[in-house]
Design a protein around this ligand. Structure first.
Ligand code: PLA
Length: 459
């Protein structure tokens, strides 16, 4: 008897020599080539059935074009404008006097060191990120002598910049906190309501800004938070409120603290501009430290995008201050369960830069000098813009330009005036009239002042 395999071979050869089989192969090849050349030409009875994904009709055909992001979309529009005088004052990104993006010297130096360290590898980080970065970040915002840190009541988890920290914090609260409502200031950074809604919280607002005075609506704030249900979460900008540039005074912060604690409202601080408001990291952390000093609980999202110029490195942290070390460690274990299915673990590079700078006193000092220089340049731009409007006799009181703090001026220009600035002067800003002072320079102030003058006198 022949072995089985030979029998099979014989059978195959026989099959190929079978005229009916070879013509069936021919038919299939012809159909396939027709289909590949032009899927629509294949005749019905011979065609390979066309799957929905191979059809010319897209399964996404029903999608409407989504609008651009109200802040990042300004940069998209700016990039398309061929005008040589165009000016982007939309996104809050620091520019030098020459209008160029800035990488801090201290960051460049540390990056060189990191590249030269042969022992560094690209292994996954733990879910919570770089341990040293977390410890040092908590110290930066809460203070090296913070009792909460000394008592191990702080959980800090490296996240994807400020946005990622807010989102992880929001999802943690939606899963584990008994109240699902978060109160955000009116107005606030445009991404806040979207982040918290998608995290599973219900978003309400509290009065914050009084357009008439271009200052804080302190009464409105106290009234709205005073009538919020006990236990609600309250989002607070740690300093340099975006978009208004209006912060409570230290006395007003103390009143806000007492109100929140007396009603068991849970503070969630967004600290995206530490050091950018006053030029001092400690002064800009005062409101947060006031709330930590009373022993109560809170959440805090921290970003190094602006104060270390690490925008695209996406480096930040979520800190949760609890009542005891025991609770803090359980909190950490649960935050890990939020992070793991979201992005698994955070990136190494940015956090390594930050940790190196915060760890070394020389590098730290160098950073604070560069940070202060950025903050000072923004303050100078405020004065120059104010002076330029004064000298043009632009109608209106523009003193808010020098009173407001941080990266932005909330000009008070309306949407029509904003669109006039863009159409006639190629100046790009968000439609709420916010301008990024960090995007201005002595060279561009006169152009902006001309544009504002024309807008308020003609539109
Ligand atoms: N929180 C506030 C109050 C912010 O203004 C921003 C950034 C963030 C968080 C998030 O920053 P991060 O994720 O980059 O750390 N706001 C910018 C940029 C500067 C933006 O809209 O994304 C702004 O122009 O408003």
């Amino acid at each position: 008897m022949r072995p089985q395999s030979n029998t099979t071979t014989t059978t195959n050869i026989n099959t190929f020599s079978d005229p009916s089989f070879s013509s069936s192969i021919h038919r299939r090849i012809t159909t396939l080539s027709n289909h590949l050349l032009n899927p629509h030409m294949a005749s019905d009875n011979q065609s390979i059935s066309v799957s929905p994904t191979a059809s010319s009709h897209s399964v996404f055909a029903h999608l409407l074009p989504a609008p651009e992001d109200p802040i990042l979309g300004v940069t998209v529009a700016y990039n398309k404008d061929p005008s040589p005088v165009k000016l982007n004052l939309g996104v809050g990104a620091y520019r030098t006097e020459e209008g160029k993006p800035l990488v801090l010297n201290v960051v460049r130096r540390v990056e060189q060191q990191l590249v030269n360290e042969a022992s560094r590898n690209k292994e996954y980080l733990p879910i919570v990120g770089v341990a040293d970065f977390n410890k040092l970040s908590a110290r930066l915002i809460f203070g090296a002598d913070s009792p909460a840190i000394q008592e191990n009541r702080v959980t800090t988890v490296q996240c994807l910049s400020g946005t990622g920290s807010l989102r992880v914090g929001g999802e943690f609260l939606a899963r584990h906190y008994h109240e699902r409502t978060i109160y955000i200031p009116q107005p606030t950074w445009g991404n806040h309501p979207k982040i918290f809604t998608l995290a599973g919280l219900s978003v309400k607002s509290y009065r914050y800004y009084a357009p008439a005075t271009r200052g804080l609506d302190f009464e409105g704030l106290l009234e709205d938070l005073g009538s919020a249900p006990s236990g609600s979460i309250v989002l607070l900008h740690a300093c340099a409120h975006n978009p208004t540039g209006v912060d409570p005074t230290p006395e007003q912060w103390e009143t806000i603290r007492q109100l929140l604690r007396s009603k068991a409202l849970l503070p969630f601080f967004d600290s995206a501009y530490q050091g950018f408001a006053s030029g001092s990291l400690d002064i800009d952390a005062q409101a947060v430290r006031l709330f930590v000093a009373d022993g109560g609980e809170l959440l805090l999202a921290q970003s190094y995008a602006k104060n270390m110029g690490l925008y695209g490195e996406r480096v930040g942290a979520l800190s949760i201050v609890s009542k005891s070390a025991d609770v803090a460690s359980r909190v950490e274990s649960q935050v890990k369960l939020v992070v793991r299915p979201m992005y698994s673990n955070p990136p190494i590079h940015g956090a390594s830069i930050v940790a190196a700078i915060l760890r070394d006193s020389d590098l730290y000092n160098e950073w604070t000098i560069e940070l202060k220089a950025m903050a000072d340049r923004i303050i100078t731009m405020r004065q120059q813009l104010f002076d330029a409007l004064q000298s043009r006799g632009t109608p209106g009181d523009w003193s808010h330009i020098i009173k407001q703090i941080g990266m932005f001026t909330f000009t008070g220009l309306n949407a029509e005036q904003v669109s006039f600035l863009t159409k006639e002067y190629h100046i790009y800003l968000t439609s709420d009239g916010r301008i990024s002072m960090a995007g201005l320079s002595s060279r561009t102030v006169p152009h902006l002042a001309d544009a504002i003058h024309a807008a308020v006198t003609t539109v």
